[in-house]
Design a binder for this molecule. Sequence first.
Ligand code: H2B
Length: 98
Amino acid sequence: MAANLLTREERDAMLPGLTGWTMVEGRDAIHKSYVFADFVAAFGWMAKVAIVAEKHDHHPEWFNVYKTVEVTLSTHDAGGLTKLDVTLAQEMDRLASG
Ligand SMILES: C[C@H](O)[C@H](O)[C@H]1CNC2=NC(N)=NC(=O)C2=N1
């Protein structure tokens, strides 16, 4: 059951509220680069996000080097951004700030 792609109105309402997230060029996806104190902090955050992602059945594309995690979010089943991506982005930010 694929979620619906965000409408233009939903994008205008939701995306500016996502701090540090930017549109990916040439793709309907958003990206953020997280930098943590060290590898343990980065990987600990990834472990917490993994549990949330599994709960939502919605999974990030991500790439970790040492204390940096590059994240891209898009809904593959829908071919672009849906509310699931906004929700996961908000959860990621919440887990990174606390
Ligand atoms: C079968 C399973 O529910 C789907 O493949 C889920 C899994 N996780 C997913 N994650 C993301 N980012 N997009 C999807 O479309 C998606 N689909």
